[in-house]
Design a binder for this molecule. Sequence first.
Ligand code: FUC
Length: 814
Amino acid sequence: MQIVSSRLRRLLVACVIAVPVMTQAQQRQPLRIWYQQPANAAAVDSLKGWKNEPEWVYALPIGNGSLGGMVFGDVNRERIQLNEKSLWSGSPDDNDNPNAYAHLQEIRNLLFAGKYKEAVALTEKTQVCKGAGSGEGNGANVPFGCFQTMGDLRLNFHKDQPWSDYYRGLDIEKGLVTVKYSQQGVSYQREIFASYPDKAMVIRLTASAKGALSFSVKADRPERFTTKATNGRLEMSGAMSNGKGGNGMQYKTIVTPVVKGGKVSAQGDSLLITKADEVVLILTAATNYRLHYPDYVNDNYAAQLEAQTKKTAAQPYQALLNRHVADVAGLMNRVTFRLDNTPPDNLPTDKRLEQFTANGNDPLLYQLYFQYGRYLLLSSSRKGSLPANLQGIWANQIQTAWNGDYHTDINVQMNYWPVEVANLADCQEPLTDLIASLVTPGKRTAGIHYKAKGWCVHPITNVWGYTAPGEHPSWGLHLGAGAWLCQHLWEHYAFTGDKKYLEKVMPVLLDACRFYLDWLVKDPATGKLVSGPASSPENTFITADGTHAQISMGPSHDQEVIHDLFNNTLKAAQSLQSNDPLVTRISAARDQLLLPGIGPDGRLMEWAQPFGEAEPTHRHFSHLFALYPGDQITMSGTPALATAARKSLEKRGDSGTGWSLAWKVACWARLYEGDRALKLLDRLLRLVPVREVDMSTGGGTYPNLFCAHPPFQIDGNLGAVAAISELLLQSQDGKISLLPALPSSWANGEIKGLRARGGFIIDIRWKEGKVTNATVHATQNGACQLRTGNIQRTLTAKAGMAYHLDSQLHDAKK
Ligand code: FUC
């Protein structure tokens, strides 16, 4: 209740003072995605030729961090496609290659001598995993495994009568899907949500007439399932392939109906609900997985599931709904983002997207996309489960694209770019847990492949502790992955100041440093320390003799992420007053690292040599890590490098896959080019035809606002939240910049609740492109250096205090 009333208060205040252009009605309208038709094949008839259910990207996502659902809303045959985040095929496997190390030195020598052809040949033969690796991204039936659909819940109303007054919508401030329609003079309504506090999916059906609800309830899966309807409930269970010819992970899904009026009976593998006034279906599910290398089995899962099911099914619907809404609203309402001149929400989302794709400039769509990304993150990443994977928590296939895994050469990191700045730090814990779980298997890999101490991981991992390189070094020999992941451990501390957290993760940081200290070697030409053989994620260069290669010594990306790790670990050691003997070695090595140079064409060099690229507009531009999400290149601190980064970005061009576009928005924001950034954001928001994998230019948005890589990949959605935040607030260079890259068409508006490093929560209101007022809420004591345009101000902030500032950043008059 408190949350609701404080929200109302905030809204009222905003209506009266902040944004006079908008009417009160518009202010109060919840952000939603909505349609006037179900997500079924008939509705998307125009989108032919997509093998994987085009209608799926019209369905509405709900999730509680471990259970996910896609709601189709068909009147006569409701379908909710289901996911449980740990439901993976595969099993733990030994992929470390004992033959790799013997050739490492020779490859380094060849690379230092410029003999790329020979080095590439030997690397391809030796510096790869043992076994099938990811199965070329199709690992459902190899030990690497694949994140898979848990199947579908199907409600069949056994009717074909016409219907009218249809509405299907997702209120993202409540995490609630509503479906409404009228049929034969009766109004029907369904409410569907996935509750984090009550660990269940809840589906309520009501009708305006008594006894009007009769339907069957069934569940199925494309493979490996049995269902039974007994004791007044439905159960689906099975075991996944372990990728070695046997059974692996077990799962169980239970649907418990709670009905008012009417009756429930069983018929074969279905439940029949007859003439009920109201029906609530409680769907609970679990697998026998736990994140714990090397024993990933939770023997107790079935008993835990039974207990949870009993507890949840005993709750009144209203109590379940209230707790759920308070939970989601509590996270969503931490940040409000409003642009003036926002049009009313009177166009269904698919039509709104079509209109935007044709005409551009839709302030409501920008706000919706920003908040929807926050909604997707909190729905797919909550304490106690795995991190959001390539598709968050939503996947409708047995063979999900790229196994729906954790790609550590940008994708999983991008998923978590918004988590601190967009005020969802609570959702970060699953990532911390995954990183910590890689230490033990990663030490084994580091020992076997490189005779190095510490832990490492390459560009992919799964739920089974996979840390070996991939099957091909062109993409599989990304050595910077561990350092890049560790950035998130430091950033969580930098934003929150949580010392207990830092103490907990310090051993992970130190062990990552230990690896790189052993891994780095001296470049004979410069005497600097370099990483290698290593790729600059997935990009190919051309040497003087025309060899196409991906591996080299000292690719800029590795150098930058290792620098970032060393730097952050040194800062962490200082914060914790640690005198670990490793600290001096880290400090010395950091100062010896080769850092990226500027090439003869003025661009930031992607490799230690100024090679040409085979694909100059490649989607990855990993050397720009230093600009974003890193902080080694800043406009104020390193202007020459910033100019070089700008040239690199120009050459990469303005198209790309979904995540690549989101990254470009963030990079342009860091270069203080708001209009250029908006151009890229507009491209990301174009409605794209539903289609298969496109590796270069196809990025955009689907009708349910899922990001199109294509296919659907959630990193673009989440990366865009971070990128939009960067347009409005930045804090990477020791100062907090208000409106550093505001697009000119966003001239008037406000953002409240973004977080800055140092423990500050910031509200900004602006008019004609300039700050009119700002509030700094301090959660820690400390100096807060603020800047907007040419105006600067340093506050000595006290935890718990709010500082109200005017357009000059002076104390605002009350
Ligand atoms: C990397 C990217 C692809 C895709 C895949 C999941 O390989 O290069 O674009 O995002 O991960």
